[in-house]
Design a protein around this ligand. Structure first.
Ligand SMILES: NC(=O)c1ccc[n+]([C@@H]2O[C@H](COP(=O)([O-])OP(=O)(O)OC[C@H]3O[C@@H](n4cnc5c(N)ncnc54)[C@H](OP(=O)(O)O)[C@@H]3O)[C@@H](O)[C@H]2O)c1
Length: 234
């Protein structure tokens, strides 16, 4: 791959993706985008803020390289104001709104922001990190209403976009990814029940995700794929 790569979200997985791509893909100029500088090549971005997305547009416009890869690695499962619900009575309008804002609305508006820079003469990859718990077909345990539903919504939004882009940008590829359970701030409070061999380092998860992205082709755009390369039911 050569050109500009934007890794959006400077958390455990995002930062690692930027480092791995930077060291393995010599032709790629990798820029990490997020709210706190965590990589030498860094653009400030709050993906939930329309003005910040608009500034991103200017930065891409002024960049000499062609945009070839965007990975959305933002997301939120818990925060000061958000706690994954164990039962219906824990569900609040505010938690649904917060989850949908970061896990569904912001990623699709990121896609809208970068759309005008999709090259027509070369492959373009857009990958968004979703989560297996966003699968409706695979939901066997319930709970985590806001996070699950917001990731399902992200999947639906990008599935639709993959259909539109396959007509308008036939060399584009959209992939929804499940990284496995990864040792980052997001999973920290929930790691006690995860067997040691099922808890990936961000380095391991990042290598799996990069391998999948590199193997994707326009003909299979719009898939929801786990770290092991297997498709996840919607
Ligand atoms: N870790 C896992 O086990 C696991 C499993 C399945 C799926 N995932 C998914 O993987 C993705 C990456 O998660 P992670 O494990 O790397 O978690 P993480 O370390 O918490 O990273 C998430 C990142 O998203 C950023 N973010 C949140 N709101 C933002 C905003 N408005 N603008 C810009 N950045 C924002 C956070 O930035 P701040 O630090 O500034 O808030 C944080 O850096 C998420 O989509 C998550 O749902 C993770």
């Amino acid at each position: 791959m050569n050109g500009l790569a934007l890794i959006v979200g400077a958390g455990g997985i995002g930062r690692q993706l930027a480092e791995n791509l930077d060291s393995s893909e010599k032709g790629l100029e990798v820029v990490l985008c997020g709210r706190e500088k965590k990589f030498p090549s860094f653009w400030e971005l709050d993906i939930e803020d329309i003005n910040s997305l608009s500034k991103l547009k200017n930065k891409i416009q002024n960049h000499p390289n062609k945009l070839r890869l965007v990975i959305n690695a933002t997301g939120r499962l818990h925060s000061k104001t958000l706690k994954p619900e164990k039962r219906l009575q824990h569900l609040e309008k505010e938690s649904l709104l917060e989850s949908f804002s970061i896990n569904a609305i912001a990623p699709i508006l990121l896609a809208k922001t970068i759309e005008q820079f999709i090259p027509r003469d070369s492959l373009f990859n857009f990958a968004s990190i979703s989560a297996r718990v966003g699968s409706i077909g695979d939901n066997k345990t319930g709970g985590w209403y806001s996070y699950r539903a917001s990731k399902s919504a992200q999947n639906q939004l990008f599935k639709s976009l993959s259909i539109e882009w396959s007509r308008r940008f036939p060399s584009s590829i959209i992939t929804l990814l499940h990284p496995g359970t990864v040792n980052t701030n997001l999973s920290k409070p929930f790691q006690q029940f995860v067997p040691e061999n099922k808890l990936f380092s961000s380095t391991k998860a990042s290598k799996y995700l990069i391998k999948i992205i590199k193997e994707q082709t326009p003909s299979n755009s719009g898939q929801f794929i786990a770290w092991d390369g297997n498709q996840i039911p919607w």
